[in-house]
Design a protein around this ligand. Structure first.
Ligand code: SF4
Length: 308
């Protein structure tokens, strides 16, 4: 998926490939601007006017969402099969409608139910995420940040989706509230047998909630597979640097490392491997030839010339 601009195409999501199985929780991690949110918006086809899906497929139960008509995506997929918890719960809610009304509206728009049933379902959803049903008529400004985050999570669950995409669901929350929200998410996953795609740059959040991981860099997947395998033995130099830039509360204290430089401009991405200008292990071939995915181990894939 590229964004068309007057200066050319911004290659925001380029050859990205991953799978989410039933009850899987896939973490999408990487620096800001590496294509995480754009990938999620592409799955739901919630793209701005200048976005173009150039090629590829997004398959849900054998059906290609790329080929589906807009009206079918709206009617059959969004919210009913795949829903999204948008970035910044504080701003995702309408300030002049009660939270209950906002959840009820999602149910009424997508399902063939009357308002009484929609209200009952909204009350149950609020209770499911740990908010008393009597708060159904509260306005967003009457709730704390953590509660608003739970409300947008309840809203994403309104039509019993199979997959929920959560985009930075705990940004702007303090650590205690973050832990509470993560706990709710984990409980919901096992209770409702949901699949999650969790977008974050906080790797500790992914270890808490996910079983699979895709590390993205500059619009591409750099490493992908089983979360424990990648943590135990990160293969891509970018993943190694990301993990070593994260403090650990166990073991001896060590200096945190950082990754020098910035992600590239995706209007004119570097030739070869997009990470080569920042990679401490870059070789000649990295500047010329784009690496292809290599299956390093069962359920662990890396896209780097070091392994070809
Ligand atoms: Fe580094 Fe080359 Fe691997 Fe890219 S392909 S991550 S530049 S070693």
């Amino acid at each position: 998926m590229y964004y068309q601009t007057i200066r050319g195409y911004v290659r925001a999501v380029d050859d990205v490939s991953f799978k989410v199985g039933k009850e899987d929780a896939l973490g999408l991690a990487g620096e800001s601007g590496c294509g995480k949110t754009s990938s999620a918006l592409t799955i739901l086809r919630l793209l701005p006017w200048n976005a173009r899906i150039i090629d590829g497929s997004i398959t849900l139960d054998g059906e290609d969402l790329v080929k589906m008509r807009d009206k079918d995506i709206r009617k059959k997929i969004r919210w009913k099969r795949i829903s999204m918890v948008f970035q910044g719960a504080m701003n995702a809610l309408h300030p002049t409608y009660s939270v209950g009304k906002q959840i009820t509206e999602a149910i009424l728009l997508h399902e063939d139910v009357d308002s009484k049933e929609a209200v009952e379902r909204t009350e149950k959803l609020l209770e499911l995420v740990g908010i008393e049903a009597e708060k159904i008529n509260r306005f967003p400004h009457e709730l704390s940040g953590g509660m608003k985050q739970r409300v947008v999570t309840a809203m994403a669950l309104a039509c019993n989706p199979d997959i929920v995409i959560a985009d930075e669901p705990t940004t702007a929350l303090d650590v205690i509230v973050q832990a509470q929200v993560l706990k709710v998410m984990k409980e919901l996953q096992s209770k409702l047998k949901l699949s999650w795609i969790l977008i974050t740059h906080d790797l500790s959040m992914i270890t808490e909630t996910c079983n699979r991981l895709a590390i993205m860099y500059a619009g591409k997947v750099a490493e992908y597979g089983d979360l424990a395998a990648i943590y135990k033995e990160p293969l891509h130099p970018y993943t190694e640097r990301l993990l070593s830039a994260f403090p650990s509360i166990v073991g001896p204290k060590s200096e945190l490392s950082s990754i020098p430089g910035f992600p590239p401009d995706l209007l004119v991405p570097p030739p070869g491997c997009r990470f080569h200008p920042r990679c401490p292990k870059a070789m000649d071939i990295c500047r010329k030839k784009e690496p292809v995915p290599v299956k390093a181990k069962k359920d662990h894939e890396v896209i780097c010339h070091l392994y070809t």
